[in-house]
Structure formats: C-alpha cells, structure tokens
Design a protein around this ligand. Sequence first.
Ligand SMILES: Cc1cc2nc3c(=O)[nH]c(=O)nc-3n(C[C@H](O)[C@H](O)[C@H](O)COP(=O)(O)OP(=O)(O)OC[C@H]3O[C@@H](n4cnc5c(N)ncnc54)[C@H](O)[C@@H]3O)c2cc1C
Length: 401
Amino acid sequence: MSNIINIRVTTEKCSGCGLCIKSCPFNCIALVDGVAFIQESCRLCGACVSVCEREAIVSESKNEKTGTIKYSGILIFVEQRKNVIAPVVFELIDKGRELADRLGEKLECVILGKDVKQQAEELFHYRVDRIHVYDSPFLEEFRDDPYSELLVCLIQEIKPSIFLLGATSEGRSIAPRIATRLRTGLTADCTGLETDSEGNLLQTRPAFGGNIMATIECRNTRPQIATVRYKVMKKAERVSAYKGELVCRDFDEKSIRNRTWVKKVAEAQGKGEASLTEANIIVSGGKGLGNPEGFKLVKELADVLGGAVGASRITVDEGWIPYPHQVGLSGRTVRPKLYIACGISGSVQHLAGMQTSDIVVAINKDPSAPIFRIADYGIVGDLYEVIPEIIKLVRELKEQK
Ligand SMILES: Cc1cc2nc3c(=O)[nH]c(=O)nc-3n(C[C@H](O)[C@H](O)[C@H](O)COP(=O)(O)OP(=O)(O)OC[C@H]3O[C@@H](n4cnc5c(N)ncnc54)[C@H](O)[C@@H]3O)c2cc1C
C-alpha cells in the first residue's frame, strides 16, 4: 500500500504539458487554466508524481516513525487594509502565542500588501517569532487568487501545523481556497481554540443554529486551518521589545494566477457595522420595541451614553433597522464594556454575539425572559417607561459635572 497521504501541484512550476493526465489510471487530473488540477477523486497512487518532468507535482508520505510529516509552528495571516492591520489579527496573535508556548513551537505571521514592512516590524512588539513579508504594488489590493496562491506556497514551504485567519470577508474568502489546495480541513468561524494532549487543535464553534457548541478536530491532515471570529478572544498586549526574524519574500508576479483586478474600492454606506464592533457601549433593540419607531428611543439612549445601536435579528428581518446593526450568531460578535438589551428575549443565537460583553443590562417586561440569566443587571418593566427614565438620569448626571 502507498504511504502517500497527499499530492499537490506547485502551479508556478506546472507547464500544462498534460503528461500527468495521461499517466493517471483513475482519470483524476484535469487542466484548469492551463495548470494541472488534481481532483477530489484522486486515489493517491502517485503515478503522476514520477512522470512530471518539472517536479511540479509533489507527494507527501507518512513518516515511518511518527506516521505524519513534520509540521510545526503557528502561522497567522495578517490582514490589512490601506496598511492598517485588522484588529482581529491582534486577537489571533494573543491566542497563537499562547498555543505556540504550550506546544513549544514558533509563532509566525505573514503579511501581503504594498509598503507593509513597517507594519510587519510593528508585530515584533506582540511577541511574534518570525514574520514573512510579501511587499509589492501587485498586492496593494486584496484579491483571492494571488493572495491564496502565495499563502499556499508559503505553507507548503514552512509547513506550519496550525494556520489562523480572521473570520472576516477576506479570511472567509481565502481560507477555503487554501484548505482545498492543501487538501486539509478548515473550521470556519471559531469562537474558541485549545489543544489536546497530543497537540491537536480543538476548534470550537456554534453549530445547529447556535444551539450547541461543537469542538472540531482535524487529526489526519496538516495544517489545521481555522478562521476565528472577531472580538471573541482577547487582544495581545504590546511589549517594548521582542527579537524576531523578518523574512522578505520575492515572487514572480507573472507566474501567479490572477483572474481579477480591483478597479475601485468603495466604502460601504452607513457606519453601523464598523462602529458597532468597536463601540464600548452598545444599546440594542429587539422585537419588544413593537415597531421600527422604537429604534429612535434606542438611538437616543445610545447617543446620550456615547454608544452605538445594536439589534436582534427579528428586527433586521422585519426591516426595522439595517443588517450591519445585527448582533448574534448570524450578525456581529461584539464585546463592549456595557451592553444594554432592550426588549430582547435572549435567544442562544443573540447571546452568541454579545455574552462576552463586560456588563450586560437587560430591560424586559417578562421576568422569566432568558436574557436575565446572563444579565449583570436586570430591569423588569416596559422599555417605553424605563428607557426615558435612564436618559433623563444620564442627562442630569452630565449636567451636574
Ligand atoms: C440560524 C439562526 C441564526 C440566528 N441568528 C441570530 C442573530 O444573529 N441574532 C439574533 O438576535 N437572533 C438570531 N436568530 C433569531 C433568534 O432565534 C431569535 O428569534 C431572536 O433573537 C429573537 O429576537 P428578539 O429577542 O428581539 O425577539 P423575541 O424573542 O420576540 O423577544 C422579544 C422580547 O421583548 C420583550 N418585550 C415585549 N414588549 C416589551 C416592552 N414593551 N418592554 C420590555 N420588553 C418587552 C418580551 O418579553 C420578549 O422577551 C437566529 C436564528 C437562527 C435559527
């Protein structure tokens, strides 16, 4: 029996000659965009590896002793836009550092973009051991093809055992491409990461509509890839000095597959999403508001407290407020210092997006509403009576100062 556990194509080396296609006894190879593509049905016989004259097809075999190839270290994708590092990266670094220390392995980061060396160097202050930099005008705007291709090449070379990305639009877009190319597993949207006694990554995420938390393992392939929700983990602290290694990486842009170009980047209208995830205070409205006008009162309280407006999914589905305000499993995850839930029952799906808030205040007229189980302070009453009282009190307190 073959010891092969994986076969991959290094696309930059592939000339599209088709020798591998002829050699495959199971018809599992096709040419896609002039490059050999090994399909899911591959039986790992290895026939294509030996015929490839350019050594573009490589196989990975089980190590006789350990049963696996040596994968080591944790790699983090450093997402940036206009040379500002996405905040989720600092949360990934904190968790990555913790796991790397526990496993006795290195913490590495990779950043792609234009003029990003300075940003890369800043990451040494967050105790990163090695940072790989792909710096080129070609990478100025995020595009799936070149970004995922370069990351696949890097992972094939340095073989990290864990690869982490933020569960952002970019992370969610490239992680499945990378996992498919590497023929490994991906757990999307994780809310918790730990390791077991054998060093396998335990990836926790809500499942079945948030009714259970599933812990997922990827035991048979490497790297273990996970995207992680923003605001579910704590941010790494900046230290004054830490010695790491910066690796500037060259690449030939002509050999990188690229099917799209970005013509224009337009900022999304409405600030709901951005201000919500960053806000220290959030006042959220639910079905208990009774009608869309109720959000005026919620906004008034948010404004007087200097906070942002959140919402439950029902209110978004009803069209009372736009989606970027939605908090919960299928909305934003938030972690403010103060979260005030007004007329929200406290479904598991809503709690999934806000229960790590520092202080939760619930206003609900039903004393048995589940939100009270996780609330630090509960006010049983009609929100149309309670909220105006709070607004009045806050204004009075402000005037006294
Ligand atoms: C796959 C899936 C994903 C989901 N994702 C999300 C998500 O991301 N976010 C989310 O929020 N939901 C989500 N949901 C929906 C979720 O299950 C609930 O339906 C929703 O959270 C309920 O919203 P609510 O609390 O506003 O409404 P309700 O459950 O109807 O609660 C309204 C509350 O208001 C109280 N109330 C009524 N009148 C007043 C008043 N005058 N004063 C004070 N209190 C009053 C009532 O006592 C009640 O507790 C999801 C569901 C599924 C299946």
